[in-house]
Write a protein that binds this ligand. Structure first.
Ligand code: NAP
Ligand code: F7E
Length: 327
């Protein structure tokens, strides 16, 4: 019998890669999307013809939809990827961000406990939970101190703790992946990597002449989203639920990413980049480096895409995209 998996936030970057991955493994995938005034299914449009891919409306802030869908499909696995995931925006809409992430996760856990106690659960935790806590030389581990630095990160830490609590209190198979930044050609256009690759492509094609950025000195441990989707699945295939850091073990500044991409494009960033104070955050996360030794040892997971390959993959894809759509 086919396994059934529910993915919340299916229209997002990770939802699309995870859907492809689970369908390739023979799952029936129930993708949950929320109602939006414009169509947001671009990343999953190519999956529509697959009879094992079903879309349903859901919202993290509507617990009735959570309970109804879990009751209807009685899934074997649930991947909770939905979130207002933009850290800077979480300072502007803190209540919506925090409610969705914290109460949305609580409702899923409660529905699993009541309706499908054997269902395995994955929570999309985040490296943002470490905030500005001191980083060990070899990177943050599952045991490192967490001092979140945004409403988004505070809510993610609440949900992370809740998952651990339900795992222990009710013996639920509930795991958290502490994923460090992961990017791809499908990354949202307002995250810094995609903003840079899109701008470089437009500048190269003579369609843009300025790129406004905020803090260029923060460090991020950037991996490829396609590699990280596999790690989510691996966590739910273990006998015991647990929490795992998923990262590359390399960290670079935003400035380094900018130069990498502009070098690929044959452009000088000094000519085009301007710093806009409005893009700085009230509380910045200055340095993120992950130590994913536990994932390697227990899950057999390792990242497969280098920083340079990721930057090139994203620039090449955006160059083609802009050429096809705007030129
Ligand atoms: P994403 O592209 O922003 O996708 C998030 C999805 O959640 C979107 O499809 C969004 O819908 C949906 N969503 C937002 N608010 C919702 C609500 N109230 N109810 C239902 N759905 C809602 O994010 P991602 O990069 O794929 O990340 C997936 C998850 O991993 C998120 O929880 C994120 O916080 C977490 N995470 C991401 C990273 C990373 O580097 N990418 C790292 C660690 C953790 P719309 O399409 O309608 O906006
Ligand atoms: O910022 C700096 C910014 O928005 C990265 C989310 O997926 O990963 C992501 O969160 C850095 C920050 O990602 C701009 O200040 C400079 O230091 O691309 P970002 P993020 O905040 O690290 C984590 C793991 C998640 O969980 C989140 O969901 O880049 N930066 N100039 C800028 N950032 C943006 N967005 N735009 C700029 O113009």
């Amino acid at each position: 019998m086919k396994k059934t998996a529910i993915i919340s936030g299916v229209c997002g970057q990770d939802g699309s890669y995870l859907s492809e991955f689970l369908l390739s493994k023979g799952y029936k995938v129930i993708g949950l999307k929320r109602r939006t005034s414009l169509i947001t299914t671009d990343r999953i449009d190519h999956l529509y013809d697959n009879e094992d891919f079903i879309l349903e409306y859901h919202d993290l802030n509507d617990s009735s939809s959570t309970w109804r869908l879990i009751s209807k499909y009685k899934p074997d696995e649930i991947y909770n990827l939905a979130a207002q995931s933009h850290v800077r925006v979480s300072f502007d809409v803190p209540e919506d961000t925090v409610n969705g992430i914290s109460m949305g996760t609580l409702h899923i856990l409660e529905a699993i406990r009541a309706l499908v106690p054997d269902c395995k659960f994955y929570q999309a935790s985040s490296s943002e939970m470490y905030g500005d806590a001191p980083c060990p030389e070899t990177g943050y581990t599952e045991e490192s101190r967490m001092t979140p630095a945004s409403p988004y990160a505070c809510a993610k830490l609440f949900a992370h703790n809740l998952v651990r609590n339900y795992r222990v209190a009710y013996n639920m198979h509930a795991s958290s992946g502490i994923l460090f930044n992961h990017e791809s050609p499908r990354r949202g256009e307002t995250f810094v990597t995609r903003k840079i690759t899109l701008a470089a492509a437009r500048i190269k094609l003579g369609l843009q002449d300025k790129l406004s950025l905020g803090n260029l000195s923060s460090y991020r441990d950037w991996g490829f989203a396609g590699d990280y989707a596999k790690a989510m699945w691996l966590m739910l295939q273990q006998d015991k639920a647990d929490e795992y850091v998923i990262s590359t073990g390399h960290t670079y500044t935003v400035k380094h990413f900018l130069h990498e991409v502009f070098d690929i494009a044959g452009l000088d960033p000094e000519k085009y980049v301007e710093i806009d104070d409005r893009l700085f955050r009230p509380h910045e996360v200055p340095y993120l480096l992950g130590d994913s030794s536990k994932a390697k040892e227990v899950l057999g997971w390792e990242p497969e895409t280098s920083f340079k390959d990721l930057a090139k993959m994203m620039y090449d894809s955006d160059y083609k995209f802009i050429l096809d759509t705007e030129k």
